[in-house]
Structures are given as C-alpha cells and as structure tokens.
Design a binder for this molecule. Structure first.
Ligand SMILES: Cc1cc2nc3c(=O)[nH]c(=O)nc-3n(C[C@H](O)[C@H](O)[C@H](O)COP(=O)(O)O)c2cc1C
Length: 183
C-alpha cells in the first residue's frame, strides 16, 4: 500500500470512530450549501453513520429546513461541502459531497424508530419549521415528525495536516486522482 492509500485508510478509520463516539471532533461537521438564490450558507450537523464501501456519510435533519431546499435545488446537483477539523490530529477534511434526501421508506422509519426514544426526537416534532418566527405564537403541542435522512456521498476529499514541522496536504478522493498538494 502506498503512503496516500495508507493515509486514506486512516481517514476512513477516523470517520468510522467519529460517527460512533460522542465528543469526537469529527462527529459534528460544518455543512456548506448554496441557496436557490445563489447565496452561501453553512451550519453544523451531527454525522451519524459512515459507510466506507459506499464512501457515504449520513446525517439527519428537519424535512422542512432551508438546507433541504438548498440540497434539492436542481442547478446545484445536490452538491454540498462538509468541513471537519480535528484539533488533536491537526487534520482538516474538506469534502465535496453529493446528497440524497429521503423523507419516507425503510431508510427513514428504521432510523426514526431508534431516534424517537431519545431526547433528540424533539428536534423533529416542532409544529414550526426551523427558522420560523416565534413572534405572536402561542405554544403548541408536538406535531407529527418532520424527519429526513440525508446520505452524502464523498466525491472529492481534501486533507490538510497542520504541523509545526511542516504542513501537508493531499487529495485523497477520487482515488484515481489522489496526489500530494502544496498546502
Ligand atoms: C452541535 C450542533 C449540532 C447540530 N446538528 C444538527 C443536525 O444533525 N441536523 C440538523 O438539521 N441541524 C443540526 N443543528 C442545527 C443546525 O446547525 C441549523 O441551525 C439548523 O438545522 C437550521 O439550518 P438551516 O436553516 O440551514 O436548514 C446542529 C447545531 C449544532 C450547534
């Protein structure tokens, strides 16, 4: 195995750790999107699953949230960027991903069945959509779940390592274009 493939394997291993370890710095990622009006936006999401074979991450969201509209805008081809920073390793990952938002079916019901037992279920039960004004509204009870599952397949991955002895940077994905880069 060459050095770049070995590094990629370490990154995939760290992602697998991240999604199953509370407090792991890569469990939360910054997701950057472009709105239908062409404006940039970014927010934090929790990475829930990593499938190495499919090179796919999974996060959950409110089906009514603006980010879902950003991801479903045809012109953007469902693409987004996930940025992760690990202070311990000194590693940044910048991943261009192609997303697929799923609102129903087994992929959603199986995950909701697990999540609904946890306090996080409240995040998906508000009668108001994320970002809606609370002004003038009386508190309402829980509504039906507005739960969506987002699969994010890694199309490109840029790895940056900050080190006092010298920074290093590599393109690890797509594998056929793997290369060391000037940081
Ligand atoms: C630590 C942390 C974790 C979060 N995790 C999620 C998440 O997994 N999914 C999600 O939709 N929003 C999550 N949020 C909230 C989003 O960052 C964002 O505020 C909200 O989803 C509305 O985003 P939007 O208006 O861009 O759609 C999280 C926020 C924080 C601070």
């Amino acid at each position: 195995m060459d050095e770049l493939s070995a590094l990629a394997a370490r990154v995939w291993g760290e992602l697998a750790q991240a999604v199953s370890t509370r407090g792991h710095p890569w469990r939360t990622a910054t997701l950057a999107t472009v709105s239908p009006e062409g404006l940039p936006d970014a927010r934090t999401v929790v990475l829930r699953e990593w499938d190495e074979r499919e090179q796919t991450l999974v996060f959950f969201t409110d089906a009514r949230s603006p980010k879902v509209q950003h991801l479903q805008h045809l012109q953007h081809q469902a693409q987004a960027v996930l940025v992760l920073w690990h202070p311990g390793l000194g590693w940044q990952l910048r991943m261009t991903v192609r997303t697929e938002v799923t609102f129903e079916g087994l992929a959603v019901t199986s995950r909701w069945a697990r999540l609904k037992m946890s306090p996080a279920a409240q995040d998906y039960l508000s009668p108001l959509a994320p970002g809606e004004s609370l002004q003038g509204l009386s508190p309402a009870g829980a509504s039906r779940p507005h739960f969506a599952v987002v699969h994010a397949r890694v199309l490109a991955l840029d790895w940056l390592s900050l080190n006092p002895e010298g920074h290093r940077r590599a393109r690890l994905c797509p594998p056929e274009r793997a290369a060391w880069l000037q940081p």
